[in-house]
Design a protein around this ligand. Sequence first.
Ligand code: B3K
Ligand code: ZN
Length: 874
Amino acid sequence: APVVRLVDYRPSDFLIDRVELDVRLHPSETRIKAILSIRPNPAGRADAPLILDGDELRLLDLAVDGTALPPDAFAATPQNLTLFDPPRAPFRLTIETVVDPSANTKLMGLYRSGGVYCTQCEAEGFRRITYFLDRPDVLSVYTTRIEAEAGEAPVLLGNGNPVAAGAIPGTSRHFAVWEDPHPKPAYLFAIVGGRLDRVAEPYRTADGRDAEIAVYVEPGKSERAAFALDALRRSMRWDERVFGRNYDLDVFNVVAVSDFNMGAMENKGLNIFNDKYVLASPQTATDTDYANIEAIIAHEYFHNWTGNRITCRDWFQLCLKEGLTVFRDQEFSADERSRAVQRIGDVRTLRARQFPEDAGPLSHPVRPTEYREINNFYTATVYEKGAEIIRMLKSHIGAADFARGMNLYFERCDGTAATVEEFLACFAEASGRDLSHFARWYAQAGTPRVVVSGTYDAGGRTYRLDLAQSTAPTPGQPLKEPVVIPVALGLVAEDGGRLDAHSPRVRDDGVFVLDRASDSILFSDVASRPVPSVFRGLSAPVRVALDLSDADLLTLLRHDTDPFNRWQAGQSLATRLLVRLAGVSRPDGAEAEGLAQALLAFLRGNAEADPAFAAQVLSLPSEAEIAQEIAADVDPDAIHRARKAVRAHVGGALRGELMRLRDALASSAPYSPDAASAGRRSLRNMALELIAAGDSGAGAGLVAAQYRDADNMTDRLAALAVNAGLPPSAEREALFQDFYDRYRAEPLVLDKWFAIQAAMPEDGTLERVLRLMNDPAFSITNPNRVRSLVGSFALNNATQFHRADGRGYAFLADMVVALDGTNPQVAARLLTAFGTWRTMSAERRQGAEAALRRVASKPDLSPDVSDIVHRSLG
Ligand code: B3K
Ligand code: ZN
């Protein structure tokens, strides 16, 4: 595929003001008649041909202002429709195409999921429905008529408001007409047709519009849609209250489908969701599922303003809608749940997904400057780091100016396809500041590393903090410049008491801005040696190197007023120990005694007051985080051994307290997914995990009892996960079998069963995965199944995916090649698991490179896989 570059952006030569679509749904021959009201763009070239995008399309009919075109006036291929010399005044182009939804395994454009017709058009799927100017800066008003067999598709949904519907006399067919008054790019188009159940409620917006909000699901599952509907209502209220944004149509529909390439899609007024992020009942969904549903429902709803009303000029601006909308959904979840626990979770995700991406061959700026396949840029960098930039912007200019900037953006850019520059200009204007240096965060890839050191002068009662930033080279960017880093900080007295230290360089809100390569802060009136607490709340997406003693970290764990940094202190303590133990062949768990005692003291003081937070403190850094810290010649087996030894020791040392907590936190109340109840379950289940790590015999007993007695999926699945970590035995397998038998008819539940088994850190797992691929519940064409089994193996099982004999890599390569023919997006996503291959030990690097080369050598690779494999090897 050719490279697309940001510098080559030009406005479209033509605009399409109106689109009238008539879609006649049919399983294998769906006909689409499009009438496009086209006019030359005054900002475009005057003599240009009209070149419409297509993808695997077949043209049936074509007319300009109702008249067929002579054959030499146009050319039609599956990829393009060209009018060599189109009218230079407004005209109507009629196009009739035909597509086969049942054969559409890429799940882009119009396809069928189960029996349901649905669409996915972002980024470039509309061109798989009709020929179009399929680019986000062409905004049109759409009217869509959908027609189908009434028996096959009793529900017909489109964007906007429903305006007409009825039977087609003399036939078994019926139709519906939808009108969307808001101009939108084609990637936000959607239709749905099928048998679906519906739950709905009325919603009156803050500015007085009466709307109906609804969730559509597979027949018989409407009870499982209630939580999503509730989350939707709360999201709408929150956006009114916090951002002053009201909904703008008469209906808002959410549809759950079972075959979906990603989480969900924000089509105007018609969000289409992966059913995993809609369906929930206490018996089938975990607390994590409930939290994810709430967050994704919110995310897609928030796109209505940040994405739809204001969209992107081109795909390089993707972070304009995604980073901002992730920031908004994170803030929503923080307000609805616990802010501290939410931030810890978001930072864990950032470190687990974005930091490794930014340290490897796929590293790219939050706003990339070139791409070969845009679908490969829906990345942790664009989304998660993009959200961090917004968070920093807010702390950099302050909450009040941030709010003014957002309002200006909504006012000024509404109805347009905007750029990052236009966005930042609103905040520069609102705050009266120059944000040109801050803007470097969008252009420069890589995770900055900030080295911090402190010096106390008892005689002068001063304390100096020295800070220095640097960023390692990334692909295409050998030289890095300093970025603007807001550092939220404070000083903590060694005894936990107050320290009234001052520095003119630190703002009243505790933020110091590091905007050069190095800088220092001098505090005066410092009565005693302080412990620095820096990057509170992780105030910037950086790696922090701060050499505190274990005693200093314990002070922070005990006394810091910032809960995030209390948690971080515990993590830093554990990471240091784990990295050291990963360097020895027989790690001695007894070395974890200091950590264990610190955790015990923490639990005694905090566990019952804030169980969700305590669970986070108890949860050791992941194997992937430890690998990142080691960074070169990584041996996942050594990391696993070290972590196992530490968990065993901690679990043994804390056993009494953990058993007590399990009783104290037990509840006889019926299951509720609220954050407080979920927090208690998470600490109880963390306790179970640690007890079992310390004593597998005792653990097995507790697992069996909890599994059997659980009245909800959270507790049952937690027991199953701990079961997976027990030594191999017939009982262990029997529990897996029992789970399978119970949930045979529940694909989303069996996904959890696949994922847990694929992540088992033991030699037989690859054979287990191969066996599970033949299970009737597995399906290579369903993205959720593939991600649960193959994705979990590649991403959550470091020891087995990175097997020293290379068989894990070879397996993934086989899967990528097999999938590429049917679903290139899912194949390419799996392939990103190779992202850390260069940090591995030498023999592993060899195996990984061989596997990657084998993929690269296949003829006819999709642009998606070809792009990832070549960058990974580059
Ligand atoms: N905007 C969609 C993602 C589309 C991915 C296309 N490959 C979902 C979201 O971010 O809300
Ligand atoms: Zn999004």
